[in-house]
Design a protein around this ligand. Structure first.
Ligand SMILES: Nc1ncnc2c1ncn2[C@@H]1O[C@H](COP(=O)(O)OP(=O)(O)OP(=O)(O)O)[C@@H](O)[C@H]1O
Length: 620
């Protein structure tokens, strides 16, 4: 109480019952409060409590400030941190690294997703990189890592919030903050902060570098395929890895393969870009792979990407997401060196002009047909064939001019390799495949003898798959075994190619048959006749149907041409008649005019004769 009295003399005075010794008017106030039954000493207690709380608050805020300063001092001097956004590719490096090293997935707080997420295709796309999930990858015990007999397996990863992990005997802290303002169908955005203890950021940088190197190494050994993510506007996906495919595994004419590879390598050589610029040419190269379905167009693209170490960006023009603007935007987001693969380029039904609503096939208006005559017979054939195929096409809003603009418009991307594939080259607009847009064409046909042999050898190339192919292996040296293996394989391949009719089957058909006997080439030879018999009938029927369809098409085109010729003749005849009528009318009009003029002259003359006679009579 003495201490309080020292601080608050006025109030303590009232507390002692002598308010007159306190502040002026204290006694009066005391008396007044007492008269309404209020104990003045309560005022003192309230004041003391407020003072204590105020002092405590002051103390705590000073302490908090001190702690913040200490923590700032600590972070500035004793830790290093790196912040990465999930929209950055570096985020994928880190998440993949953490997952691959089982980091933070074994803590008590963890996130969980299905390895194959059925609910969200975009997330599934992303998860492939997050967890390095290859659909068919198996674990050490030979089980599929993505799903078991019940369905998709679970995958654990670092939970949002704070966690810690040890890597190479160093402590790291990690914070993952989820942004909750994302739309349901998009990836949740995440801020990831990695913290290492110690003034030097070296440990953190080493970890980040390792993550980067692992990611890029993995990318190099696989071919990265980017597809389109259904966002607004559409964008390229992070990309998922596909096992590499060797060029040798694609069987085709040797000179075609060599020509193509040489051309691409030359284009990608470091000096080529300067050469193009020096000559004022846009640095772009386009290829058209056309022909039979299942003849290796996509396989060749995959193998080339692997050989040249380029990622593939797949574009489907048949997608309803695709429009001229979206296409241009996607081309603008391509990296400097890549392969853009546009499969089934004909399926977009590209016609010469944007039609109503931008639909390509529907651009065939009746006006177009009116304009045609026998000089455009080839166009009419194309159109008739397109109309037939139209039934199988999907909706697309890409116009030919939109596509051409994306491929090589003024703002178009440089440095890419464009590969377009089609089964119907004859339907493509000439503008699309003119030199400059398509610099090299490769035709894919039915398997000939060379291809048949190659496919046979390719399917049975690995001696490990055929342990019983050569008997008595134990008694041979490795060299002897390999020599005998290849000798026998070549002999069988040769026999196979001579028994299968050349130019009748697609490589995919032949490969499909052999895969049915993949562990026994001799069995494949034994069953060959049976397969050929069943297939030859099928092929003959197909060929017959194709021939008839072609004839029908030809007849339809002929009919159309005749119709147009007839229309043109009628139009010309009508024009001639109209002209003749006009000329006759003109002639009649002129004759009338002449007659009228003559009449007028005569009248004038008559009038002139009568006048003279009257004048002469008056004067006489
Ligand atoms: N020339 C070939 N060499 C090796 N394999 C081939 C060849 N052609 C086709 N195949 C095999 O056939 C299957 C289909 O091939 P691919 O998809 O490359 O054909 P495509 O010409 O792109 O067909 P589509 O025109 O229908 O897209 C693949 O499994 C591939 O391995």
């Amino acid at each position: 109480m003495e201490a309080i009295s020292a601080v608050l003399p006025g109030l303590t005075a009232s507390a002692t019952g002598d308010p007159s010794e306190g502040f002026p008017g204290g006694q009066f106030m005391g008396n007044m409060l007492a008269s309404i039954g209020f104990d003045p000493s309560l005022l003192v207690k309230i004041s003391v409590t407020i003072t204590i709380f105020a002092s405590m608050f002051g103390f705590l805020s000073n302490a908090w400030e001190g702690i913040s300063q200490m923590s700032r001092f600590f972070s500035e001097n004793f830790i290093s941190s790196a912040t990465i956004r999930s929209t950055d590719e570096a985020y994928v490096y880190i998440m993949r690294f953490l997952y691959a090293h089982n980091i933070s997935t074994d803590s008590r707080l963890f996130g969980v997703t299905c390895r194959r997420n059925q609910m969200n295709p975009n997330y599934r796309e992303h998860a492939k990189w997050n967890g390095q999930d290859a659909e068919n990858e198996v674990d050490g015990d030979g089980f599929n890592i993505v799903e078991d007999s019940l369905g998709p397996k679970l995958k654990y990863n670092a939970a949002p919030g704070f966690s810690h992990f040890w890597y190479k005997h160093r402590l790291f802290l990690m914070q993952r903050k989820l942004k909750d303002d994302y739309y349901g169908f998009e990836e949740p955005e995440v801020d990831l902060t990695l913290i290492s203890i110690g003034r030097s950021p070296l440990a953190l940088r080493c970890l980040l570098e390792e993550a980067r190197a692992e990611y890029l190494r993995d990318r190099q050994s696989n071919t990265l395929i980017h597809t389109i993510v259904a966002s607004y506007p559409p964008n390229w996906s992070v990309g998922y890895p596909r096992p590499p495919r060797s060029l040798d595994s694609v069987i085709m004419k040797k000179q075609d393969k060599e020509r193509l590879l040489k051309d691409m390598k030359e284009y990608l050589a470091p000096n080529t870009v300067h050469w193009y610029h020096k000559h004022g040419l846009p640095y772009r190269r386009g290829y058209l792979f056309y022909g039979l379905p299942g003849a290796g167009k996509t396989s060749l693209t995959m193998a080339l990407a692997c050989e040249l170490n380029l990622p593939i960006y797949c574009l489907s023009l048949a997608s309803t997401m695709m429009s001229d603007d979206n296409l241009l935007g996607l081309f603008g987001k391509l990296p400097k060196r890549c392969i853009v693969l546009m499969e089934d380029i004909d399926s977009a039904g590209i016609d010469k002009r944007p039609g109503p609503g931008g639909r390509l096939y529907t651009a065939l208006t009746s006006q177009d047909e009116e304009d045609d005559d026998e000089d455009h017979a080839e166009d009419i054939r194309k159109r008739e064939e397109r109309k037939k195929l139209q039934l199988f096409k999907s909706e697309s809003t890409v116009t030919l001019s939109g596509l051409l603009n994306a491929i090589d418009g003024i703002s178009s991307h440089e440095g890419r390799i464009l590969i377009m594939t089609t089964n119907y080259r004859q339907l493509l607009d000439d503008a699309l495949i003119r030199p400059g847009r398509v610099d090299m064409e490769i035709k894919f046909e039915h398997a000939d003898i060379e291809v048949l042999e190659g496919i046979f050898r390719g399917v049975y190339a690995d001696p490990d798959d055929l342990p019983d192919f050569i008997r008595g292996k134990e008694k041979m040296t490795d060299e002897e075994y390999m020599r005998r293996y290849h000798e026998k394989l070549n002999k069988l391949a040769h026999e196979f190619a001579s028994r299968v009719p050349s130019g009748k089957f697609s490589p995919a058909q032949v490969q499909g048959y052999l895969l049915g006997h993949k562990s026994d080439p001799e069995e494949a030879m034994d069953c060959l006749d049976e397969w050929l018999e069943s297939k030859v009938d099928e092929i003959n029927q197909l060929e017959e149907a194709e021939k008839k369809a072609k004839e029908r098409l030809e007849r339809a085109a002929e009919r159309k041409i005749k119709e147009l010729q007839k229309k043109k003749k009628e139009r010309l005849k009508q024009e001639r008649q109209e002209k003749e009528e006009e000329e006759e009318e003109e002639k009649a009009r002129k004759e009338k005019e002449v007659e009228a003029a003559a009449e007028a002259e005569k009248e004038k003359r008559n009038k002139g004769g009568l006048g003279k006679w009257l004048v002469r009579r008056d004067t006489s």
